[in-house]
Design a protein around this ligand. Structure first.
Ligand code: SAM
Length: 272
């Protein structure tokens, strides 16, 4: 897919785009994601999970769970029952294999569904995490409301996303890394599919924060019903971890009618 086509599809049909992008990645996803983030992704994940561990939840929903790396860390570091949810069946298949090999398999379920329309009643979970999700949805603020809807009042919500480093040294280095080195390293380590991801990632991150700066995210979390919103930029600004608590008075229901483009995914929602 050409870069222009990718940005057109991600805007027009984000669910379909995400499925196409992630369908070919699961085989060595965790190792390559770690290598291509220069080892930083594991620090960021840990910082995000720290916010949840502190609240000692009994149930956690991990949205955009992919191969279940975060879901398994949540299970390892809490005594909670963890549900991992993702849009891409191939990612969940890799997740199911990872879960099966884990000592925490009995406490982790995986589910095929979309973040924009969660198949759970209001206030189901004690905590919720989501990683690298909002760049792949058409309406981030509405999706946030839907995520918050399924968390119990007082429950913890935590997220992780890439970010754009600032400053005269780190920004140019980050730009060169994401525009040239990342696609090349992706190709060398993972072949064509990882080249595509590497090529997509830098412009996607830049475009996301041009449209939705960090202050926008903080405000969107509050509007969605989250209080005590914390923001932590890590690794000279390359990673953004956020966390907060659902307000007792937050509205219970979100809007789940943004797009009808993925009725097949919704209809196919089910356990893996
Ligand atoms: C970069 S991967 C991250 C996977 C995992 N969270 C991790 O950190 O290893 C992004 C994941 O988001 C999923 N995704 C994208 N859009 C989604 C949506 N609307 N609902 C649920 N999952 C989605 C993709 O299928 C993919 O598995």
């Amino acid at each position: 897919m050409q870069a222009g086509e990718a940005s057109e599809l991600v805007n027009r049909q984000p669910n379909r785009f995400a499925q196409q992008l992630f369908d070919g990645l699961p085989a060595r996803y965790d190792r390559l994601a770690d290598a291509l983030s220069l080892g930083q992704d594991r620090r960021w994940r840990r910082a995000m999970v720290d916010a949840v561990v502190a609240a000692a939840p009994r149930s956690v929903l991990d949205v955009a769970t992919g191969p279940a790396g975060v879901a398994l860390q949540l299970a390892a570091r809490t005594s909670a029952r963890v549900t991992g949810l993702d849009l891409t069946a191939q990612m969940l298949r890799a997740g199911a294999a990872n879960v099966a090999h884990s000592p925490h398999a009995g406490r982790v379920d995986l589910l095929l569904a979309r973040a924009e329309q969660l198949p759970f009643p209001d206030a189901t979970f004690d905590a919720l995490t989501f990683t690298y999700l909002l760049r792949y949805v058409a309406a981030p603020a509405t999706t946030l409301k839907e995520l918050v809807r399924v968390v119990k009042p007082g429950g913890t919500i935590a997220s992780l996303e890439f970010h754009v480093p600032g400053g005269q040294v780190w920004y140019p280095l980050w730009w060169l890394y994401t525009r040239f080195l990342l696609p090349a390293a992706g190709f060398v380590l993972g072949g064509r599919e990882w080249f595509e991801v590497g090529r997509f990632l830098g412009p996607s991150i830049s475009a996301h924060y041009q449209r939705y700066p960090v202050l926008w995210h903080e405000d969107a979390w509050r509007q969605a019903g989250v209080e005590a919103v914390n923001t932590r930029l890590m690794s000279v600004g390359g990673g953004l971890v956020m966390w907060g608590r659902k307000r007792p008075s937050a509205p219970g229901a979100g809007t789940a009618s943004e797009s009808a483009e993925f009725s097949d995914v919704r209809a196919g929602a089910g356990h893996v």
